[in-house]
Design a protein around this ligand. Sequence first.
Ligand SMILES: [Fe+2]
Ligand SMILES: [Fe+2]
Length: 135
Amino acid sequence: MKFEWNKELETGIPALDLQHHGIFDRIANFFQKCDESEAEKEIIVLFDFLDSYTKKHFIYEENLQSYNNYPGLAQQQEQHALFLAELAEFRRTLETAGPTRELSLSIKGKLIRWLNHHIKNMDKQFVDFLKAKQG
Ligand SMILES: [Fe+2]
Ligand SMILES: [Fe+2]
């Protein structure tokens, strides 16, 4: 599966699209670095970025959902928390085993699957709810 931004990922809410796009661009850059065998230092930078940027994005999204009384909020919070827990697990592996190519590939696979699936399903369900609510 290619890891690049595409129209299917657009929700139609500019702030969400901008944040999702930002996450994709940064990760695409990381994969490019992996191909250039610079993964060891890049993986640390990626983790710092993911920690701060995705946490901010999740908080933004959850606040928007809460403000709009979205019934799927708890499910979103649960999925966001799972993603952050996975990242924390990757970080522990990174700290104990060091930045290996195997870890980079496993992170890459995980991020591609999770982001594609989450945005296209859960985030879009929220946007559909918002559009229906706003008429
Ligand atoms: Fe989300
Ligand atoms: Fe999102």
